[in-house]
Design a protein around this ligand. Structure first.
Ligand code: GRF
Length: 210
């Protein structure tokens, strides 16, 4: 399945997909970044994957940036669009265009802690559990149907950096899994719910454990 990955930074989730693409049933036809210095662009180039820069600073409005992004995605013949550490808010029009075939990964147990600084917020709230969520993208930020949620237990030794590192490790397991399900035609967005093999997943998503 032709897949485009959109990033803003390091791209370790992108790397997890590059490393396993054949086994997952995807061909990454392009990687798009809104930042020229995103290390993920180098990861893509190393793997001989075409890259594109759509720099948000060159656009006056969110709408014109999203229109340029759409054009770039469609030029790469994307069937599946993967947001992997992409740090821009998308317009409703853009998200509607790719509804049901655009996924995101977020470093919290959604619906808890949408937005930024999730690790520190979980620590400040004295949460016992934190984690990562793969979900379908809809117009409202970090709010589309959950697909997979991976909980990790917070220890008294954790700080925001250790949590970020532990969660990254888990993300590299659950994002490829969701992508494989999608590429196999097993995962669909139906009436607002993520369905696996024709059955709606629970609202929190499939619970992943190591
Ligand atoms: C991940 O923690 C992801 O959940 C969040 O941004 C981070 C991206 O990391 N959306 P990387 O660029 O894939 O290393």
């Amino acid at each position: 399945m032709k897949t485009v990955v959109i990033i803003s930074g390091s791209g370790s989730n992108l790397q997890a997909l590059i490393d396993r693409a054949p086994e997952l049933g995807i061909e990454i036809t392009g990687v798009i970044s809104n930042r020229a210095d995103a290390f993920g662009l180098q990861r893509a180039q190393r793997a001989n994957i075409p890259t594109a820069l759509v720099d948000h600073k060159e656009f006056e409005t969110r709408e014109s940036f999203d229109a340029a992004l759409s054009e770039t995605i469609d030029g790469m013949q994307a069937e599946l669009i993967i947001l992997a550490g992409f740090m821009r808010i998308l317009t409703a029009e853009f998200t509607r265009r790719y509804e049901g075939r655009m996924l995101n990964i977020h470093p919290s147990l959604l619906p808890k802690y949408r937005g930024l600084n999730t690790h520190q917020r979980a620590l400040d709230a004295d949460d016992k559990w934190h984690g990562a969520t793969v979900h379908f993208v809809t117009a409202e930020l970090d709010s589309g149907a959950n697909i997979i949620r991976a909980p990790i237990e917070i220890s008294s030794l954790d700080n925001a950096e250790t949590l970020a590192a532990r969660i990254h490790g888990t993300e590299h397991q659950i994002y490829p899994l969701a992508v494989r399900w999608f590429a196999e035609g097993r995962l669909k967005l139906q009436q607002g719910s993520a369905c696996l093999d024709g059955t709606p997943l629970p609202a929190e998503g499939y619970q992943y454990h190591d």
